[in-house]
Design a protein around this ligand. Sequence first.
Ligand code: PDD
Length: 284
Amino acid sequence: MRTVYVNGEFVPEDEAKVSIFDRGFLFADGVYEVTTVLDRKLVDFFGHRARLRRSLGELNIVLDLTDEQLLDIHRQLIAANDLDEGIIYLQVTRGAADRDFVFPPEDTPVTTVLFTQAYSVIDNPLAQRGAKVVSVDDKRWSRCDIKTVQLLYPSLAKMEARSKGADDAWLVRDGLVTEGSSNNAYIVTRDGTIVTRDLSNLILHGITRRAVLECARNLQMKVEERPFTIEEAQGAREAFSTSASGFVSPVVQIDGKPIGDGSVGSVARQLREVYIAEMRKSAI
Ligand code: PDD
């Protein structure tokens, strides 16, 4: 049985309790982070912690934990669960109060929950065979830059993809790809340029995205941060996605059309290898 963290305590998972009045439960009034664990160490922890602080700030949720405490809780969970590879999920909500659209008083304690999930990040069959994706309308709200727990639409999009025999969905707003259901989306043009949507309120500012673009630039690859269409993606040489849990994941088919020759592309493969090597070095 796992040891999880809930509001200051480390407890067995079946003893962890959150109120039915919690605003995360009633209003999806909360934010989360997913940090990968590799070789028992945290990948890009400072990036995830900084984005957590930003998400909380955008929603005026005041977390009662210092930067050092956050790191310490993550490390204690790795040790308590003997986690070699997987993820740590963290969620902070505005706490429990009588149901009201108006926020509760500012001194209402927030709810903080963290748990581990063991999982093979490196040895992932999808990274070997490449994902099939389908495009779906991006019907999310327009603050996708905040990592909130309102994940119903991405979940519906993923189910739509599954029902069509695909692995994932790429979201399209005003004719342009924003991102994947739970990852950032990229193409590699015929001349070898890596293209991914520019940062704005319409996408999550991926921590993996930032690190992978830095790897690409260090490898002298050309990067363009701009929107692209599904048609451009279908005519591209390669496509891939990035996320904390998927690292760099090749995409080999979009809406039934093979990308390039339909197999995993060399840019995606190289970026995945370089990114993993860099993260093994920098994980803490
Ligand atoms: N998802 N875009 C969306 C909509 C996401 O949900 C995620 C992450 C990303 C990639 O961000 P990062 O590189 O920081 O993981 C982009 C996480 C992994 C999840 O919900 O499980």
